[in-house]
Design a binder for this molecule. Structure first.
Ligand SMILES: O=P(O)(O)OC[C@H]1O[C@H](OP(=O)(O)OP(=O)(O)O)[C@H](O)[C@@H]1O
Ligand SMILES: Nc1ncnc2[nH]cnc12
Length: 170
C-alpha cells in the first residue's frame, strides 16, 4: 500500500509557507489505518521495550496501539498543565512556533527501554525534547518511530544516535 495516497498536503497551513501533511484520510480509511499500524509495528517487533511514549496530540493515534501490541504500558507526553501529578517539562521549537511538553515523572522507571512515537518528524525539536525528558528520568530511548519524516527539515540530525524509523518521507 502506498501510504502517501492517504496523506493530504495542505498548502499554507497553519501558517503561510508550511505544507501541512494531513493524516486524517489515512485514519478514516479502515484498511489504511490498520496497515499503517502493522507497518509501524514491523519497525519495533524485534525490540525489547518497557514503555511507549506518545506525543500529544497526533502521536496518540498510534502510540497506544503499539503499546497494546507490544504488551507494555502507554505514557502520554502532554502539553503543559494537563497532567495532574509531578511532571518533568521540556520546552522546544517547532516548524511553526514553540511549545512545551510534560510527562509524569513517575511514568518512567530508571532503566526503562522506551519507544517514542509521533505522527511527524519535522525539525526534530519535539522528538529531541521527548528524548531528553525520557533520558533525564533515567530511561533509554530505543527508537523514535514516526508515520512521516520531513527529510528536508533535517530533524534526523537532531536525534544523534537514536534509531529512527518512519513510514513515509518527503
Ligand atoms: O519536529 P517538529 O518540528 O518538532 O514538529 C513535529 C511536531 O509538530 C506536530 O505537532 P503540533 O505541535 O502541531 O501538535 P498536534 O500534534 O497537537 O497537532 C507534530 O504532531 C509533531 O508532534
Ligand atoms: N508540515 C507539517 N505537517 C504536519 N505536521 C507537522 N508538524 C510539523 N510540521 C508539520
Amino acid at each position: 500500500m502506498n501510504f502517501k495516497d492517504y496523506i493530504r498536503e495542505v498548502p499554507d497551513f497553519p501558517t503561510p509557507g508550511i505544507s501541512f501533511k494531513d493524516i486524517t484520510p489515512l485514519l478514516e480509511d479502515a484498511e489504511a489505518f490498520r496497515k499503517a499500524g502493522e507497518a509501524l509495528m514491523d519497525f519495533v517487533k524485534d525490540l525489547r521495550v518497557d514503555k511507549v511514549v506518545g506525543i500529544e496530540s497526533r502521536g496518540f493515534f498510534y502510540a497506544p496501539i503499539l503499546a497494546e501490541k507490544l504488551g507494555v504500558g502507554f505514557v502520554p507526553a502532554r502539553k503543559p498543565g494537563k497532567l495532574p501529578r509531578k511532571t518533568q517539562r521540556q520546552t522546544y521549537d517547532l516548524e511553526y512556533g514553540s511549545d512545551a511538553l510534560e510527562i509524569h515523572a513517575e511514568s518512567i522507571t530508571p532503566g526503562d527501554r522506551v519507544l517514542i512515537h509521533d505522527d511527524v518528524l519535522a525539525t526534530g525539536g519535539t522528538a529531541r525534547a521527548i528524548c531528553d525528558l525520557v533520558t533525564s528520568l533515567g530511561g533509554e530511548v530505543v527508537q523514535c518511530n514516526f508515520l512521516i519524516e520531513l527529510e528536508f527539515l533535517g530533524g534526523r540530525q537532531k536525534l544523534g544516535d537514536v534509531p529512527l524509523r518512519a513510514l513515509v518521507s518527503y
